[in-house]
Design a protein around this ligand. Structure first.
Ligand code: CA
Length: 369
């Protein structure tokens, strides 16, 4: 086993000679399979501007195919040419940082308190994202290894039932207006990327339009405070544990500190997804995977701490990090059933129909207490 492991590590080294690779292939056929998959596992970088400005369907189709291939093979893409100005994103970061720098008692005036609402401020350690849907197991995990982060969750602002929890304008000047505008901007990008997915899956370009137009999305501002390395390296603890997302797509705006790692589904190993300036990381969520009858992939990912700054012989401090994620969802009453072009005689539908609401609320209730 240990020989297998070290051979496998060697085979991932870029300097590996062809001889050794073919030796490994001959001796361990399953290992060779992993080596091939590993070397081709790359998050594609896609310039989306051609799709947004294309005048012909064939031009659009070319980008659409790249997008769909990225979600089929990796589940993640880096998108440039997305049309969201750098200044816009910088300003959202600034307002987010100002909010998190407020005293706890101010932030706690707008607490997250209901998974159906999924709005408000979440204290460090409250959420433990996991793949488990068993509430007892999640509670045990949370006690053992709280996530070291705080977040602010924002939903559609006109919801008749659930109200956003805005800090007072005097506490956070411009926060509400900035976030509302950004929410709309992200919604519009989601719509266009979903059009590219429709085209890439041989559906009508507008297939998803009426199923995703009610903006049941969630804008999450995240702050990972700087933390003592000892605390962070405790067993089972990372800045965000391994998880997949729930909805259609997640738009992730990483800061320069990074820390995102994506699991290669073939080898189960995590590979860094370093920040690329000007790009947005987009990944497919579980609901889109289900909608596509698993033609598109919802990939496990996690956030790990960046390298620590040494403060003594035994202690280090990892830098603070921010990120902004926009979790996109279909309309809550949309029936999610296998897309017609993703079902065939040889690939029958694996899933029963479910509404977005049934699905998402079930997942959220298990994740929070
Ligand atoms: Ca995520």
């Amino acid at each position: 086993m240990s020989t297998l492991k070290s051979l496998s590590a060697l085979c991932r080294a870029p300097a590996l000679t062809r001889d050794l690779r073919s030796l490994a292939r001959r001796k361990y056929s399953t290992l060779a399979e992993d080596v091939r998959s590993d070397s081709t596992f790359r998050i594609p970088l896609i310039d989306f501007s051609a799709f947004r400005t294309a005048t012909s369907l064939s031009e659009k189709r070319r980008i659409a195919d790249d997008i769909v291939n990225g979600f089929k093979e990796v589940g993640f893409v880096y998108l440039t040419g997305h049309g969201i100005a750098g200044d816009t994103i910088d300003n959202v970061y600034k307002k987010s940082a100002s909010f998190f720098s407020l005293p706890s008692e101010i932030k706690e005036q707008v607490p997250w308190d209901d998974p159906r609402a999924n709005r408000g401020y979440v204290k460090v350690g409250r959420e433990r994202v996991t793949q488990s849907s068993d509430a007892a197991e999640i509670a045990a995990l949370r006690a053992k290894a709280p996530d070291t982060k705080e977040s602010m969750e924002i939903g559609r602002d006109w919801d008749p039932v659930w109200k956003n929890k805005w800090p007072k304008e005097s506490d956070a000047p411009g926060f509400k207006q900035t976030m509302l505008q950004f929410f709309q901007t992200c919604h519009e990008l989601h719509t266009v990327v979903m059009r590219s997915i429709a085209l890439g899956l041989d559906l009508d370009e507008a297939f998803f339009d009426r199923k995703i137009d009610q903006q049941y999305h969630n804008l999450r501002l995240l702050s990972y405070p700087s933390i003592r390395t000892k605390l962070l390296s405790k067993e089972g603890q990372a800045r965000a544990g391994a998880h997949s997302d729930y909805g259609t797509l997640t738009l992730l705006f990483q800061d320069s500190v990074g820390g995102l790692e994506v699991q290669n589904p073939h080898t189960k190993q995590y590979q860094p997804a370093p920040p690329i300036p000007g790009s947005i990381v987009i990944n497919a969520g579980d609901l889109l995977a289900r909608w596509s009858n698993d033609v598109l992939r919802s990939t496990l990912h996690r956030v790990v701490a960046p390298p620590a700054r040494k403060v003594s012989d035994t202690e280090g401090i990892t830098p603070a990090r921010q990120s902004i994620a926009f979790f996109c969802n279909p309309n809550f009453d949309a029936a999610i059933e296998s897309l017609p072009t993703c079902v065939s005689a040889t690939n029958p539908s694996k899933y029963t129909s479910v509404t977005t609401e049934e699905y998402i609320v079930g997942r959220l209730e298990a994740t929070y207490t």
